[in-house]
Ligand binder design. Structure first.
Ligand code: URA
Ligand code: SF4
Length: 204
């Protein structure tokens, strides 16, 4: 088995995908994780935000962006004039990759093979929601959505053509990747999201 393909339902729904992914053995990441974390959000959403993978809290709760990074994300959305209820959230990889030291679980970025193995879920999610815009939060998400390596610095903030001609934008993943913490994270977000929101491509 090289990817999640065999586990993805032929006629996907959001709930059906979420249920089916719990049985996925498309790579080894399910072994040490609590559960697969998939698409979550509003049925009215015209925008999908794609993160890297669930973190510790997401792994326990089964929802994307509910931990500390989720708080930063919520702030950034407010700054961009968006509400969490207006977006769908998901990740490039559905199981939490980590290593354990004592009682702490330390995040480990997914490798290319994990992005590739997990891609059928992301593809099905985008098919189900059929958003107007896909926002990739960082290099892993960008790579997964666009199917090629991305350069955040050079490509962020412009509207790229994603699969099926879908408008796709790339921005940074987390505040630690840009000095200044929360404020810098917000600043890196707003230029990306705000113009799209104003154009009306994020609603309706
Ligand atoms: N970071 C991500 O990329 N995704 C999450 O769900 C949480 C933190
Ligand atoms: Fe399947 Fe993705 Fe989990 Fe790997 S990370 S087991 S491909 S759902």
């Amino acid at each position: 088995v090289t990817d999640a393909g065999p586990w993805v339902p032929r006629r996907p729904t959001v709930r059906g995908l979420r249920r089916a992914a719990q049985d996925c053995r498309g790579c080894e990441l399910w072994e040490d994780a609590t559960q697969a974390v998939l698409l979550e959000g509003s049925a009215a959403a015209r925008i999908v935000l794609v993160g890297e993978q669930p973190g510790d809290r997401e792994d326990r709760q089964g929802e994307p962006f509910v931990g500390p990074a989720g708080q930063v994300l919520s702030d950034a959305l407010v700054q961009a004039g968006l509400d969490r209820s207006e977006v769908y959230l998901t990740n490039a990889v559905k199981h939490f990759r980590h290593r354990e030291t004592g009682k702490r679980r330390i995040h480990q970025a997914p490798e290319l093979r994990h992005l590739v193995a997990c891609h059928p879920w992301l593809e099905a999610e985008l098919t189900v929601v059929d958003p107007d815009v896909v926002v990739c939060l960082g290099a892993s998400a960008g790579r997964a959505v666009l199917g090629r390596p991305v350069r955040i610095g050079a490509e962020r903030g412009t509207v790229l053509e994603g699969p099926d001609g879908r408008a796709t934008v790339i921005t940074t993943h987390r505040p630690r990747s840009c000095a200044g913490g929360r404020t810098a994270a917000t600043r890196s977000w707003s230029p990306t999201c705000a113009p799209l929101a104003r154009r009306g491509s994020l609603s309706g």
